[in-house]
Design a binder for this molecule. Sequence first.
Ligand code: HEC
Length: 136
Amino acid sequence: MKIIIATILPLSLFAASFNAPMQKYIDELKVQAKNSDSSFVDFSVKRGEKIFTSVHVGKRGKKISCASCHSLNLKANGKNIHTNKVLKPLAPSVNSARLTVVKDTKKWLRRNFKDVYVRAGTAKEKGDVLYFINSK
Ligand code: HEC
């Protein structure tokens, strides 16, 4: 028993891991990313950070970034700039419900990429930004 605990515990300390359904979604995104670019290897936290923080002329014709609603500090509350509603932190380290339900993640990525980029995110962009959020 002790041996089992000793081997399982360190694995659970990897903050950047996803639950099984989310990992399956990440793997699907990897296949899609590889299909559109054969040199693709893996998603990148660094590219994801740029996707999250860079400012674009959004759907409503105004400058906006993902951080406009979710805050540059992902461990803090955000505020939906369109409705003024408080958003709970995106960082899974402080909000364990984040990035756990594939359906919700897909739905909000679809909406939120439209808000900021006025188009759907590519598989590579979605994977990158999910790695970034999950690193927080
Ligand atoms: C106009 C405000 C707004 C902007 C801009 C925005 N979001 Fe969101 N986002 C929301 C709202 C509202 C929700 C749903 C409520 C919630 O989960 O707090 C949400 C939820 C999410 C979720 C779901 C997380 C989960 O598992 O619960 C992810 C992932 C996400 N956003 C990523 C992004 C990314 C990436 C961008 C930039 C491309 C972005 N958001 C830009 C408002 C925004």
